[in-house]
Ligand binder design. Structure first.
Ligand SMILES: Nc1nc2c(c(=O)[nH]1)N[C@H]1C(S)=C(S)[C@@H](COP(=O)(O)OP(=O)(O)OC[C@H]3O[C@@H](n4cnc5c(=O)[nH]c(N)nc54)[C@H](O)[C@@H]3O)O[C@H]1N2
Ligand SMILES: Nc1nc2c(c(=O)[nH]1)N[C@H]1C(S)=C(S)[C@@H](COP(=O)(O)OP(=O)(O)OC[C@H]3O[C@@H](n4cnc5c(=O)[nH]c(N)nc54)[C@H](O)[C@@H]3O)O[C@H]1N2
Ligand SMILES: [Mo]
Length: 812
């Protein structure tokens, strides 16, 4: 067990930041002392005053501030401390006392800063002053806000609206996002690419087709009402640790957690609640997954088809048996596979002789069942086994758990969405749920675990490139302008347009687009040719040090800071993963008196740029409740009584018809949608003997491109991020040894050479033929064309790669 600190969890500990890489140690459970230690380390490193701990106590509480890390639900009845290891790190990262101020920028050229690591750039601390790149010195130099807005406005007016991109990372509030999309549309552009395009876009496309909901239908109480959870392709211990509490409570009630994941993730295996003193002292662990199935990368469609096949054939067999009983013949199925289905069916249904499938639900509520069932019956087990990487026995076992449960919650994440067949993956989750009526009843729903803290909400208030998703006529009526009706750019379209030299201006509301997007090398080259780059940000990153001809770096308040405007301190709001809106109040003194709030910056750019539209920008900035009124006017049903309910404990539920089994689809039903194939159509070279399929992942010590540190204790890696996790048999088969240092090259679309260098091989529990490494270090490997054709989500979880011995040592 890790060493225990002697007094409180948040006791200060010392650490040596320049430690040597350590690989392969036992990670311990999720949570526990490892989590406590990790939090205290970051509080110290960021020089967060002791009041930081008191600040954390206000996280995710009504009248408190909403965490700036992930989007997980905020309960009505809060725990005394409603935050997790990563929420605490994100808070420390924002309220740090470090500053990247005017002196810092006076001391470094941008050419020099380009050679710095992602971690070191952000580690300089909060940006303090608006800056403009000076070509003469190659440095960011201070500028006044008025001059910045005036030049940005002039430049934007001089180019065609379709040649500008208005990117959003998923952190900005509902208020800022509403203003931002309005500004872009009055300017004349639907080019509103966002981080969601690289994240849950497969859900945004797939779920409406399946169940007529643009977001997951699960709410927090479903975790209290389910008797089984299918946990697919999401790494809870790292990516949304507060969800572990809901899982722990469910497991304590006897709920089965069936995990389907590429890796054996320690965070999905066992958990010690770091906020439960008795667990911390006794080391009592809660096992999380009752069943753990390791699929091969991209193997989920086959795995879910296998589970569906077991259920459908069992139901068929039971039907045959019933018919023969009625007709008096004892014609129990003879062919062996039918016999297996029958035995399985009998074991599932024995208790009350119920059907394996919910035929009433299927009949009343769904369309497309017969086609789906026929496909499931047709697939051979050997093919499903080969593609999924699971055995028939495992798929039948998962089906048995599923069929024995009355209310099953389907939870999933990036391993499903960031795939060439991401949309089909999402359809398969819905198909599986529909087989037993597991949508729209307590405990049975679909939970798409979102990433950024307001990524879901931004869509709800109009951040989207798809004009069909926005009430354009309403905007036209309210603000008296003619909204553009053309389809705008997703992130992939934006990259293409930038690389082709079509795009002239890139405005970024947060984020680190160059690092988060694919095709890094071509993107960096093209980025430098942009006429205008405008970055609204809190911390310095690579998308700022590489820049356009005219480049602005505009520092904003973070959500945790007090936002004082003419009418007093302001609140903002966001939407969680379970579709509830929450108000948030800043608590700490701003990092610099020069900072403006995000709404004030958007208003500043809008006023300097727009020549039409009647929008009270200044009054909105004076009083954000007026922006919320405008949001309510635009979306009256979704945001009913928005201001009055802003701090309602547990949040304001967003109406979701699918939860009530009202299906807003073309067929008026929930649709079984049958994927045309089991695995993406990759070129032959993707399956060569020396090729592995790479998944790019997050470590426990990062938030997307923000690298807090070099530790991924769950996976037993410390002091380095330049590692590639491989199956031990593959390491030997490819002629390497664990610890060898290799270069990775992309094995498809090889006319362009894409490579990353100096990665240490780590033997890991991952299926043969697959490997994994960290994002964003591997982004230069991903071709832009390698995305889901329907959702345009990059296939960040499956890329064919080759290995060669490296001449370079790992960078860290
Ligand atoms: N600490 C921390 N928290 C975060 C973030 C962060 O970077 N750090 N990022 C935030 C954001 S924006 C997002 S979107 C979420 C992301 O959270 P997650 O959805 O957890 O995303 P990843 O960590 O990229 O990987 C998800 C899991 O997919 C598995 N996987 C990969 N390929 C496959 C596959 O083909 N099939 C199956 N079944 N599994 C597969 C991997 O093993 C991994 O466990 O987290 C949010 N929270
Ligand atoms: N290979 C690979 N690539 C991926 C992924 C993957 O799994 N693999 N995941 C994808 C996913 S899921 C996502 S969501 C994207 C993320 O892509 P982005 O959202 O673009 O990236 P982040 O790293 O979240 O952005 C970090 C920056 O946001 C700024 N920031 C932080 N807080 C604030 C704030 O309050 N206001 C403002 N204005 N700025 C702020 C800081 O300057 C910080 O440097 O990356 C995608 N890219
Ligand atoms: Mo994300």
């Amino acid at each position: 067990m890790p060493a225990r600190p002697s007094c409180s969890t948040w006791r200060i500990m010392t650490k040596n930041p320049k430690r040597k890489p350590r690989i392969g140690f036992d990670s311990g459970p999720a949570g526990g002392w490892g989590s406590a230690k990790s939090v205290s380390e970051v509080l110290i490193r960021e020089h967060v005053p002791l009041s930081g701990a008191a600040l954390l106590a206000q996280q995710n509480k009504p009248e408190g501030y909403m965490c700036v890390s992930c989007a997980w639900a905020k309960p009505a009845k809060t725990h005394p401390l409603e935050f997790c290891e990563n929420g605490a790190k994100a808070t420390a990262w924002e309220v740090t006392s470090r500053r990247a101020d005017r002196d810092f920028f006076a001391a470094h050229t941008l050419t020099e800063l380009e050679s710095w690591r992602d971690h070191d750039l952000e580690e300089q601390g909060r940006l303090t002053h608006p800056m403009r790149w000076d070509a003469g010195t190659d440095k960011y130099a201070p500028v006044t806000w008025d001059d910045a807005f005036a030049e940005i406005g002039r430049e934007l007016r001089a180019i065609l609206p379709e040649k500008a991109e208005f990117y959003t990372s998923g952190r900005a509030s509902l208020e800022t996002s509403y203003m931002y999309q309005l500004m872009a549309r009055i300017y004349g552009s639907n080019n509103l690419p966002d981080s969601s395009n690289m994240c849950h876009e497969s859900s945004s496309v797939g779920l409406p087709e399946s169940i007529g909901a643009s977001v997951g239908t699960a709410i927090l109480s479903d975790f209290q009402n389910c008797d089984c959870i299918f946990y697919i392709a999401q790494n809870v211990g790292t990516s949304s640790p507060r969800l572990l509490h809901d899982l722990q409570d469910a497991v304590d009630r006897g709920v089965k957690v069936v995990t389907i994941n590429l890796l054996r993730e320690p965070g999905l295996e066992r958990f010690i609640n770091p906020q439960a003193p008795s667990e911390m002292l006794t080391g009592k662990e809660t096992p999380i997954s009752s069943n753990y199935y390791q699929v091969r990368s991209g193997g989920d469609i086959a795995a879910m088809f296998g589970i569906a096949k077991a259920l459908i054939e069992a139901d068929d067999a039971l039907h045959v048996a019933r018919v023969s009983k009625v007709s008096g013949s004892d014609d129990v199925p003879e062919d062996p596979s039918n016999a297996a289905a029958f035995a399985f069916a009998a074991s599932v249904a024995a208790a009350d002789n119920k059907h394996v499938l919910d035929h009433d639900f299927i009949q009343t509520h769904t369309a497309g069942f017969e086609e789906f069932a026929a496909a499931a019956r047709t697939y051979e087990w050997c093919e499903l086994e080969r593609v999924s990487g699971l055995t028939r026995r495992e798929m039948m076992e998962a089906a048995r758990v599923y069929a024995a449960s009355d209310a099953v919650l389907m939870v999933y994440g990036m391993g499903l969405t960031q795939q060439l067949m991401g949309v089909e993956n999402v359809h398969m989750v819905a198909n599986l749920a529909l087989l037993r009526g597991n949508v729209g009843k307590p405990g049975a729903n679909i939970c798409a675990v979102r990433g950024h803290s307001n990524v879901q909400g931004q869509r709800t208030v109009g951040i989207t490139e798809k004009p069909g998703l926005v009430p354009l006529d309403k905007l036209k009526e309210l603000y008296q302008f003619e909204p553009p009706r053309w389809e705008g750019h997703t992130t992939v379209d934006a990259c293409k347009s930038i690389i082709e030299g079509e795009t002239k201006a890139f405005v970024s509301l947060g984020g680190n687009f160059l690092r988060a997007a694919p095709e890094t090398e071509a993107m960096e080259a093209a980025w430098r040719k942009l006429r205008l780059t405008v970055q609204i940000a809190t911390k310095l990153n690579r998308s700022h040090v590489i820049h356009g001809e005219i480049a602005y770096l505009l520092p904003c308040l973070g959500r945790i800071e007090i936002d004082e405007q003419a009418s007093g301190p302001q609140a903002v709001s966001m939407e969680s993963s379970v579709a509830h809106f929450h108000g948030s109040r800043g608590k700490t003194k701003p990092a610099s008196p020069e900072l403006l709030s995000e709404p004030a910056i958007v208003a500043g750019i809008a006023k300097a740029t727009l020549t039409e539209g009647r929008v009270p920008w200044d009054r909105w900035v004076d009083d954000y409740s007026l922006i919320r009124n405008a949001i309510e006017e635009t979306y009256p049903e979704t945001f009913k009584d928005f201001n009055r309910r802003l701090f309602q404990p547990g949040g304001i539920p967003r109406p979701l018809p699918a939860r009530e089994r009202k299906w807003v689809t073309k067929s008026g039903k929930a649709n079984f949608l049958t994927p045309g194939r089991l695995f993406p159509d990759l070129p032959e070279e993707a399956f060569a003997d020396d090729v592995l399929h790479l998944a790019s992942l997050r470590s426990n010590d990062q938030f997307n491109t923000t690298i807090y540190g070099y530790s991924d204790r769950f996976r037993g890696v410390d002091g380095t991020r330049q590692v590639v996790f491989m199956n031990r048999k593959d390491i030997v088969r490819l002629g390497f040894g664990a610890g060898d240092v290799v270069d990775l090259t992309t094995a498809i679309d090889t006319q362009t050479r894409r490579a990353v260098k100096g990665f240490r091989i780590v033997g890991y529990d991952i299926p043969e033929g697959c490997c994994a490494a960290y994002y964003p270090e591997t982004n230069p490997l991903f071709p832009l064309s390698h995305h889901s054709p329907k959702a345009k989500t990059p296939s960040y979880k499956l890329l064919p790669v080759r290995f060669s011995p490296s001449t370079e040592l790992p960078f860290n």
